[in-house]
Design a protein around this ligand. Structure first.
Ligand code: ADP
Ligand code: MN
Ligand code: MN
Ligand code: MN
Ligand code: MN
Length: 357
């Protein structure tokens, strides 16, 4: 059953005093892949993090603490405009901390921020391609026939038309919501499997990559909620001859972007080759188990067991875009991260391996 949005809008139009801000705190829960939120009334204008109090939640209900010692702290780290409540209301991305003020188990931002700080002089940029799949409320792929499958893959990638793409309204709404909020979204396209889509966030420098990608995921789930549609980030939602979902991570340092940067790109690839297993472990929330279903060596993926690199090769672990090979500078694309990866883990290990080792 859907609620009536016209009725909702009557209430959202009610005036509230200017000095009241509704601040929705958003955090990553104990699964390491789902987001949670709760909203607080903050008195006065919110111009910066200093205007937002620390808060807490019941960690025993999110897989983040025992019931007997259940308070987990929320530390605001980045502020976005709220595309749902509009006006001066805010979305507040938070880090989580345990009762003893140590980072909670799925707070991978903490060490990521330290690494980004250490590597600041390299000016690392990232662009992540978030793939996802829309599902009906019964968790069947959105728009697929209820008793069977759509026609084989081919016409759907970047497709146009009622029989080619399913759920575009959600894609358009989410894109605008990201732009409004301040998430650095850079594009979108329909994917190879019907009901599967992609959007890109970036280029983002350092810790901003993880922040913007997590907030974009919150916005995606929240926008889809308004349409009564479910979003899954599972990296292989439909087994068989259907593409999985990844989160290709494009990466460059200042040296790679400068003339003859290809030399630095190649050095980075050599370092990545020597650290394949550790990267696979960091590229999904289950230490590589989720990616086992996706990185088969088919459907535009490389095998999870082997490292490979190549120009314009979509069957490799690392792809150098053709334009970068021609210009002899630019960036590389790590195609291994799964759609449900934690971007803090992914960007941290890439920088550790290529800049700090
Ligand atoms: P693909 O051809 O793999 O589908 P996309 O166009 O979907 O590529 O995504 C490319 C991503 O690379 C974008 O998010 C973009 O912001 C990012 N990007 C572009 N230049 C750089 C760079 N120099 N460093 C890091 N990321 C970059
Ligand atoms: Mn309560
Ligand atoms: Mn892409
Ligand atoms: Mn894609
Ligand atoms: Mn890609």
């Amino acid at each position: 059953m859907s609620l009536n949005k016209t009725v909702l809008n009557r209430f959202l139009d009610l005036e509230v005093p200017d000095n009241i801000t509704q601040a929705t705190y958003v955090w990553i829960d104990g699964s390491g892949e789902n987001v949670r939120c709760k909203t607080k009334t903050v008195m006065g204008a919110v111009n910066g993090l200093e205007d937002l109090p620390e808060w807490n939640f019941d960690g025993s209900s999110t897989g983040q603490a025992e019931g007997s010692n259940s308070d987990v702290y929320l530390k605001p780290v980045r502020i976005y405009r709220d595309p749902f409540l509009l006006g001066h209301h805010k979305l507040v991305l938070c880090e989580t901390y345990k009762y003893n003020k140590k980072p909670a188990d799925t707070n991978y931002r903490f060490t990521c921020a330290q690494v980004m700080d250490e590597a600041k002089s390299e000016v690392p940029w990232f662009g992540m391609e978030q793939e996802y799949t829309l599902l009906d409320k019964d968790l069947h792929p959105y728009g697929w026939p209820k008793n069977g499958f759509p026609g084989p893959q081919g016409p759907y990638y970047c497709g146009v038309g009622t029989d080619k793409v399913y759920g575009r309204d959600i894609v358009e709404a989410h894109y605008r919501a990201c732009l409004y909020s301040g998430v650095n979204v850079s594009g979108t396209n329909a994917e190879v499997m019907p009901a599967q889509w992609e959007y890109q966030v970036g280029p983002c420098e350092g810790i901003t990559m993880g922040d913007d990608l997590w907030m974009s995921r919150f916005l995606l789930h929240r926008v889809a909620e308004d349409f009564g549609v479910v979003v899954t980030l599972d990296p292989k939602p439909i087994p068989g001859d259907w593409n999985g979902a990844g989160c290709h991570t494009n990466y460059s340092t200042k040296a790679m972007r400068e003339d003859n940067g290809i030399v630095t790109i190649e050095k980075a690839i050599t370092k990545l080759a020597g650290n394949h297993a550790a990267h696979i472990k960091a590229y999904d929330p289950k230490d590589g188990k989720d990616n086992e279903r996706r990185l088969t060596g088919h459907h535009e993926t490389s095998s999870i067991h082997d490292f490979s690199a190549g120009v314009a090769n979509r069957g490799a672990s690392i792809r150098i875009p053709r334009s970068c090979a021609e210009e002899r500078k630019g960036y590389l694309e790590d195609r291994r991260p799964a759609s449900n990866c934690d971007p803090y883990k992914v960007t941290e290990i890439i920088v550790r391996t290529t800049c700090l080792s």
